[in-house]
Design a protein around this ligand. Structure first.
Ligand SMILES: [Zn+2]
Length: 437
């Protein structure tokens, strides 16, 4: 980059960051938008074959499509699968063309906790200490478990009332992308290339993204805005498989069961207890993967257990699958008459495999966060995003923070600063791509 470029870049930073009063405010603040969206119940549902898995997701999708139109976005369209697409044309001079940039967030929330009647609570000007959620005092966001609270003094923290999920995952992503568009529309002096927007359904249950139309999206790379702590950028998820272990026994009337009945429940119980303790989600963190039995059905004749397998390395994932198959054989030997079947499916792969060839995408995201006054850092995601699959379908997708914490829990929270800094980062990011030459 030339010196002139650097100076221009610095000036732009100064204009946006030091004197935000020179920018026209969005029509609706990101906090107000967020509070509106979280009140809409968009919980998705496991084990459905249709997308969207719940009709309620349409409420938010249709609202977003209407609001995109009102904001002046182009080519707003909603697919039969509840995906909302839109684009914002470049405002660069005709002799400057830059690559279109995509932004993606999901409208659904986790099936783990209800989002019916979400009642967001704003804890204004937080002064430290544990936060007790008003409608269920047993739900406490503690400083001990959330040391990030120590950096949030003076912020307005947004929680639930303790009875529901907040749904910041991923309404924060939706609200910040919508506010990005709003800011750009109110401030044509902010230069940007073409922007493609995608709001997806059923991310949490993993079935929505198959229905995402990569071809017509309008960009050949994108960012999912679906992360956590401010400054956290991810170009890596772990690889995921899901096992279904089936235990086949033999049922009879219990009155005449002697020497006939083979109760598969005991085999299932023993199998689960044989999984090493140090391989569980409760005992692992960082870059260590896990094996997680999470739902099952116990019945004399047929019992089943679903088990998640996660690892950042393929070899580690293979080893975990081997463990489940070895345990199956050992269980059959221990429980004569019981047959144990293990069926394993691939869910998604570590997107780093592809993103390592697109370092500019993460570098630009880091730079955007820096310009927003944050200290960015790279963190692998202990989970999947829409990007993990899109990346392997030809749409490389690093992930950007949203300021949210404690996803999939009644203790979920975000904050005014979290939402504002995420929005600011997105505004910087589109400018960084427009500076590229
Ligand atoms: Zn999410």
């Amino acid at each position: 980059m030339t010196n002139r470029g650097c100076l221009a870049q610095r000036l732009r930073v100064v204009i946006f960051h030091i004197m935000p009063t020179q920018l026209n405010p969005p029509r609706e603040s990101v906090v107000d938008r967020f509070l509106r969206y979280v009140r809409i119940d968009t919980q998705s549902k496991e084990d459905q074959t249709v997308v969207p898995s719940t009709p309620t997701q349409w409420t938010l999708a249709n609202m977003l499509a209407a609001e995109l139109e009102q904001l002046g976005a182009s080519h707003v369209r909603t697919s039969e699968f509840c995906m909302v697409y839109a684009s914002i044309p470049s405002n660069l001079p005709p002799n400057r063309s830059v690559r279109p940039i995509g932004f993606i967030a999901h409208v659904d929330t986790s099936p783990a906790v209800t989002t019916t009647n979400v009642n967001p609570i704003i804890h204004s000007n937080y002064q430290g200490g544990d936060i007790v959620l008003p409608m269920d005092p047993s739900q406490v966001i503690t400083v001990a478990q959330n040391p990030v609270l120590e950096q949030m003094l003076g912020d307005d923290i947004i929680t639930t009332d303790g009875t529901t999920l907040l749904g910041s995952d991923d309404k924060a992503g939706v609200a910040t992308i919508m506010t990005l568009i709003d800011v750009l529309m109110q401030n044509p002096q902010i230069q940007h290339g073409p922007i493609a927007i995608g709001f997806t359904a059923d991310e949490e249950v993993g079935i929505g993204i198959e229905k995402f139309d990569v071809q017509s999206f309008g960009a050949d790379f994108a960012y999912t805005v679906d992360g956590g702590t401010l400054g956290e950028i991810s170009d890596e998820t772990w690889s995921a498989r899901a096992a279904t272990v089936t235990f086949l026994g033999k049922s009879t009337h219990p009155g005449t069961a002697k020497d006939v009945m083979v109760n598969s429940i005991y085999a299932l119980a023993d199998y689960v207890l044989q999984i090493p303790r140090d391989l569980l989600p409760e005992t692992t963190e960082g870059r260590v993967g896990f094996v997680h039995p999470y739902i099952g059905n116990a019945d004399v004749e047929t019992s089943t257990m679903k088990i998640l397998l996660r690892d950042f390395e393929l070899a580690g994932l293979e080893a975990k699958e081997r463990l489940l198959r070895d345990l199956a054989k050992a269980t059959e030997r221990k429980f004569p008459g019981v047959t144990v079947q293990v069926e394993v499916k691939d869910n998604y792969k570590n997107m780093k495999e592809v993103l390592k060839d697109h370092p500019q995408l993460t570098e630009n995201a880091l730079e955007a966060a820096r310009r927003a006054g944050l200290t960015p850092f790279m963190e692998p995601i202990r989970g999947g995003t829409d990007g993990s699959k899109l990346t392997f379908r030809g749409l490389p997708c690093p992930n950007i923070f949203t300021g949210g914490h404690n996803f999939h829990s009644k203790l979920e929270f975000n904050s005014r600063r979290g939402l504002e800094k995420t929005t600011e980062t997105l505004v910087h990011l589109v400018q960084i791509f427009a500076e590229a030459r």
